[in-house]
Structures are given as C-alpha cells and as structure tokens.
Design a protein around this ligand. Structure first.
Ligand code: GDP
Ligand code: MG
Length: 217
C-alpha cells in the first residue's frame, strides 16, 4: 500500500460504539463511513473498525470508529476494545425503553474499562420511529446533563443527525486535545486556567511515524 491522500491527517482519534444489541450501532457506523444502511440485522462479524476523516478548525481528523462485532450480546467486550479510545458513542433505541435503562450499566462498563477522561456522547437512535417512541427526549437530555454527557438523537435509517453526532464528538475531543497541547507547550509559561481538562490517553496505535501524536502525556 502506498501513501494515499487518505493517510494524511493531523489527528487520529479512536472512538468506540457501545450500547445494547440491536440499537443500531453498526448502522450508525456504516451510515457515517459509507453512507449505507441495512434493514437486515446481520451481526458484524469481522469488521473491527472503520475510518473516515473530517475537517475541524482547518485540521484533518481521522476517526477510527470501532464496532463491537456483536460481543455486547454476551457482555464479553474485551478491554482491548476500550484501549486508547478517546471517545464513546453510547447508543440506545428511543423505541426500546430497556436499552435506555441499560445505559447506566454501559456507563459503569466505561468507568471500569475506559480511560477516565474519555468523551462520552449519549445517542438516542431510531428517531424515525416517532409512533413507537418509548423514551422522551427531555428525560434522556436531563439524564445526559446530570452525568456530564453530550446528547443527540439520530436516525441511521433516514440519516438525521448522524453527521452531527460524529462531528460533535470529534470536535469535542479535538478541543480537549488541542487545549492540552497549548498547555503543555514549553513556550507557555503561564499556568493553565483552572477549567482546562487534562486528557491522559495512550495514543491510538499508529504505525506511521511522521504523524503528530494525538495525545501523548
Ligand atoms: P447493533 O446491534 O447495535 O449493531 O444494531 P444494527 O445496526 O445491527 O441494527 C439493528 C436493527 O435496527 C437492524 O434491523 C437495523 O436495520 C435497525 N436500525 C438501525 N438503525 C435504525 C434507525 O435509525 N431506524 C430504524 N427504524 N431502524 C434502525
Ligand atoms: Mg452490530
């Protein structure tokens, strides 16, 4: 493989998809990375992650988005899945209340296995199923605020807010990482302002040496 345009980026961020089986994780990923949707729910065997690059603030951000390959059915997601992740989309189905109730369990899973500074976005998917809605938007929004999560409702089926969900979380991560770079810069003798969040995550595995490190500490 030669160097392609696709390999040129300023930041590489690993983002994981989590949430109950059937909520639409794989379809959010295929919608965002390939603009594809599948009505049939085939378990995602083989696909570890997919990538897509976006522009934020004049920088090229390459998102490496990991899908669970159906492991969530058995609650057998390995710690390797979370390793190096700087973001998580925690997905539930707005038409299935149980998938929303289980968000608490997924948050605990993140607390136990992911970096403590991981950026988490709560995603209520299948917003097209208006007539079947079981989780009120306001309730999920309030829950997200209480738990310091960003929140958005999406539809992988009709594409509503799929771009926005990924753009928002990648921008949020970018802001934290770039603030940290300014703060860590040797030229900057000023002490950091109190509200700057530190993010201490291992860099995503990247064999290309000539890239800016994303978040080494
Ligand atoms: P996963 O198990 O979380 O990866 O969920 P899938 O992406 O495999 O989707 C499970 C089922 O929900 C499939 O039948 C999809 O076609 C369907 N689905 C996924 N996203 C949406 C959506 O936004 N709206 C609707 N109506 N169905 C969806
Ligand atoms: Mg899946």
């Amino acid at each position: 493989m030669g160097t392609t345009k696709d390999d040129e980026y300023d930041y590489l961020f690993k983002v994981v998809l989590i949430g109950d089986s059937g909520v639409g994780k794989s379809n959010l990923l295929s919608r965002f990375t390939r603009n594809e949707f599948n009505l049939e729910s085939k378990s995602t065997i083989g696909v570890e992650f997919a990538t897509r690059s976006i522009q934020v603030d004049g920088k090229t951000i390459k998102a490496q988005i990991w899908d669970t390959a159906g492991q969530e059915r058995y609650r057998a997601i390995t710690s390797a899945y979370y390793r190096g992740a700087v973001g998580a989309l925690l997905v539930y189905d707005i038409a299935k209340h149980l998938t929303y109730e289980n968000v608490e369990r997924w948050l605990k899973e993140l607390r136990d296995h992911a970096d403590q500074n991981i950026v988490i976005m709560l995603v209520g998917n299948k917003s097209d199923l208006r007539h079947l809605r079981a989780v009120p938007t306001d309730e999920a929004k309030a829950f997200a605020e209480k738990n310091n999560l960003s929140f958005i409702e999406t539809s992988a089926l009709d594409s509503t807010n799929v771009e926005a969900a990924f753009h928002n979380i990648l921008t949020e991560i970018y802001k934290i990482v770039s603030q940290k770079q300014i703060r860590d810069s040797p030229d900057d003798d000023n002490s950091p302002s109190g509200n700057v969040q530190t993010i201490s995550v291992a860099p995503t595995v990247n064999s290309n040496a000539n890239k800016k490190p994303c978040c080494n500490v």
